[in-house]
Design a protein around this ligand. Structure first.
Ligand SMILES: NC(=O)C1=CN([C@@H]2O[C@H](COP(=O)(O)OP(=O)(O)OC[C@H]3O[C@@H](n4cnc5c(N)ncnc54)[C@H](OP(=O)(O)O)[C@@H]3O)[C@@H](O)[C@H]2O)C=CC1
Ligand SMILES: O=C(O)[C@@H]1CCC=N1
Length: 279
């Protein structure tokens, strides 16, 4: 399901973000850009980014306040690394009260893992966003534990849809598949730019020209995909003149051991790694 609500009234009265690194920070940027009142937000992170420090200085967002004065928020977003959960849990657990909605973006950590780490927590959502959330173009898959109330599902929808599209996933185990596809996916696309650029150098282009052409090719192709509404296979065929250059390249990329096979192996490896991070 996708939707685009960003009304302040749908957003949480109080939100505590624990871990505002690359992904937690990206979501926070997206929420603030969409108008989430910074006065509703508290962030705990031992290593805040310069942007976060700026925001805390000017906009009223609370950064690393004394934990003794903190009450459980309406929404607690966990943005730390999965490997940090065990050590961080005793500090975080007092803020995950029975009325608090916990939204975890931790790869691999299951609702069971999170319930054990935060024993008082009521509803838990496993959300798997991706980095383009920072510019409102994220893609998130979300699974809500049965304890989530309709209001808590709406809060989740409002927060996640403020930074991109949302797919509700009804089987928790499929969140690892979402992680492998869209959570990690932006890195695959960035690597495609690197590979294209390096292949351009190999066929004689100046490195900087190759990088600019590779970058703009992916940006332009993504914009066309977004703007045209056409199926990617149709767009691919539109580039491919019969007997031409693209067909020669696609003979390699679409071979049995081509990009499709490589992508399957990559996504399977990411999914396996997500499962290993559980526990
Ligand atoms: N990066 C991505 O594209 C995506 C990441 N995720 C998930 O997001 C989570 C964070 O990943 P990412 O942003 O890449 O990692 P980062 O290391 O950039 O962010 C984690 C942040 O949490 C801080 N931190 C560590 N311990 C604590 C603590 N006890 N209390 C508060 N903050 C703490 C870290 O500080 P310090 O640096 O000092 O340790 C760091 O700033 C992971 O669980 C990952 O699976 C999900 C989807 C996409
Ligand atoms: O690499 C990772 O483990 C995280 C989860 C998805 C994207 N980054």
């Amino acid at each position: 399901m996708s939707s685009g609500t960003d009304r302040q009234a749908d957003l949480p009265h109080s939100l505590l973000l624990v871990g505002a690194g690359k992904m937690g920070g990206a979501m926070l940027e997206g929420w603030l850009a969409k108008g989430l009142d910074p006065a509703r937000v508290t962030v705990l992170d031992p290593n805040p980014s310069p942007a976060l420090l700026d925001f805390a200085g000017t906009a009223g967002l609370r950064l690393n306040p004394d934990k003794a004065g903190l009450a459980p928020p309406e929404v607690l977003v966990l943005g730390i690394k999965p490997q940090a959960l065990a050590e961080a849990a005793p500090d975080i657990a007092p803020f995950a009260g029975p009325e608090t909605l916990v939204i975890s973006i931790l790869a691999g950590k299951t609702v069971g893992d999170l319930s054990r780490a935060l024993p008082q927590a009521g509803a838990i959502v496993r959300a798997m966003p991706n980095l383009p959330a920072s510019i409102g173009s994220g893609a998130t898959g979300a699974y809500a534990s049965p304890a989530a109330t309709p209001r808590q599902r709406e809060l989740t929808q409002a927060l996640l849809s403020a930074v991109g599209t949302v797919e509700w996933i009804e089987r928790e185990e499929l969140i690892d598949a979402v992680t492998a596809l869209s959570g990690s996916g932006p890195a695959y696309v960035f690597h495609l730019v690197e590979c294209l650029s390096s292949a351009g150098r190999e066929v004689g282009l100046d490195p900087e020209v190759a990088e600019r052409l590779a970058r703009q090719t992916v940006i332009g192709a993504a914009e066309l995909l977004a703007g045209s509404g056409l199926d990617p296979a149709v767009l691919r065929r539109n580039v491919t003149s019969p007997g031409g250059t693209t067909a020669a390249a696609l003979d390699i990329l679409m071979a049995e051991d081509g990009l499709g096979a490589l992508m399957r192996r990559a996504v399977e490896a990411a999914k396996r790694r997500a499962a290993e991070l559980s526990g």
